[in-house]
Write a protein that binds this ligand. Structure first.
Ligand SMILES: [Zn+2]
Length: 155
């Protein structure tokens, strides 16, 4: 017999499996990339990983710069790395950080360019850490809920 909390967790897990079967691989790649973050100024490490339509997973991390304004977010590094490999179709992205893991406004607009309905896995690496360090289950949202009226130029 599952406790109420276990039943709730099982429901979230089932929802993740149904919405994004590769979520575990994506989360693992994103968390691994976070370890490579170049964040000497903020000490705020962020990892990201994108899932391409062909199944490839490409990761990225934030890269800070002394000028601050040239800092690049993990999400954009992951997408740019995918673009450099010839990938144009992205299904999902995971963002891993300690705190509230939502992409910034600039990244939302950047992601819309490639898929306005991209799935976004929000992974707070600290949540639930008292339960063995695995973190709580990530939340799955669609980009169009985070940026409902994006700037677009029809081609
Ligand atoms: Zn960003």
């Amino acid at each position: 017999m599952l406790s109420e909390a276990e039943a709730a967790e099982a429901a979230v897990r089932a929802n993740l499996d149904a919405g994004l079967p590769q979520w575990r691989e994506l989360q693992a790649a994103s968390r691994a990339a976070r370890q490579c973050a170049y964040a000497p100024f903020s000490d705020f490490q962020v990892g990201a990983a994108v899932l391409a339509a062909d199944g490839r997973i490409i990761s990225g991390c934030n890269v800070e710069n002394a000028s601050y304004g040239l800092t690049i977010c993990a999400e954009r590094v992951a997408v740019c790395s995918g673009i450099a490999l010839g990938i144009r179709e992205f299904v999902a992205i995971c963002v891993s950080l300690s705190g509230i893991p939502v992409p910034c406004g600039a990244c939302r607009q950047f992601l819309v360019e490639f898929n306005p309905k991209m799935l976004i896995l929000l992974d707070n690496v600290e949540a639930g850490s008292e339960d063995g360090g695995q973190g709580c289950l990530p939340e799955l949202v669609s980009l169009d809920t985070l940026l409902p009226r994006p700037f677009r130029i029809e081609r």
